[in-house]
Design a protein around this ligand. Structure first.
Ligand SMILES: [Zn+2]
Length: 248
């Protein structure tokens, strides 16, 4: 069982959200970097969550998004309004501004065979309750490109891992030995309930083949923690997580 959210995963790294959707904080020198922004409904518990970790909202300096999907950008408009910088890869900036249905393997039609799956319906209900059904666009403060080291708390560096979306990135915070992989891989399959490192369900990746190929981009990264958008942290090297994901 995972600890109750929010909690400290390792020194200076915090997991927030729900059992279905994660977002993270990295602390450096008293300032906080958010990685992803969960679902819109998470705004309701934001102050309480920060307080329980010993933080204040004023410490939040920036939000780096792994990609523009609605379950990762939820409180981004809220944070942007309160003065937090919002950053995203240049290729996902437009879908962040104007949320819309995904294409390719993730076209809505590909979810049809899943309509008999009760987990899908539970997911839709849970996400709707937290406001994911009506994502609001947000204008990023700035965009970044692959490999760019960002002058933010935790000194994050983006690693382009396209497939789930075109501009999807994993975010490496070297000082915390933590790799935030967004939906490049997950450790909990929200459609099958299966646990352990694996690709996201095929129907959620714009290009499943590209998602598989992008695992090579994070395979060689040195880190002790792999933190996905869905599922528990993987305590081990990205190479191990990637090997397990490929074996599925
Ligand atoms: Zn996701």
């Amino acid at each position: 069982m995972s600890p109750q959210m929010p909690y400290e995963v390792s020194e200076g790294v915090y997991a927030l959200g729900s059992e279905l959707v994660n977002w993270y904080l990295v602390e450096e020198g008293g300032r906080l970097l958010a990685i992803d922004a969960g679902l819109p409904g998470f705004a309701k518990s934001l102050d309480r969550d920060l307080q329980s970790l010993g933080f204040k909202r004023e410490q939040l300096a920036a939000l780096v998004l792994t990609h523009s999907d609605a379950d990762h950008t939820g409180i981004a408009p809220h944070l942007r309004k309160s003065g937090v910088d919002v950053l995203i890869h240049e290729q996902d900036a437009d879908t962040l501004r104007r949320p819309r249905a995904k294409g390719g393997d993730a076209s809505p039609i590909h979810i049809l065979p899943q309509l008999a799956n009760p987990r899908l319906w539970a997911l839709i209900v849970r996400f709707a309750r937290d406001g994911a059904g009506r994502p609001r666009g947000v204008e990023p403060t700035r965009t970044f490109s692959s490999g760019e080291a960002l002058e933010l708390p935790g000194r994050p560096r983006a690693i382009h891992t396209p497939g789930h979306t075109a501009g999807h990135c994993a975010i490496l915070c070297e000082g915390r030995s933590a790799l935030f992989v967004g939906d490049a891989l997950c450790t909990y399959n929200v459609l099958s309930g299966r646990r352990g490192p694996q690709l996201m369900p095929r129907q959620m990746n714009e290009s499943n083949a590209q998602s598989l190929a992008s695992l090579a981009m994070i395979e060689g990264v040195t880190a002790q923690l792999v933190l996905p958008g869905h599922g528990e942290p993987f305590r081990g090297a990205p190479s191990e997580a990637v090997a397990q994901a490929r074996a599925r």
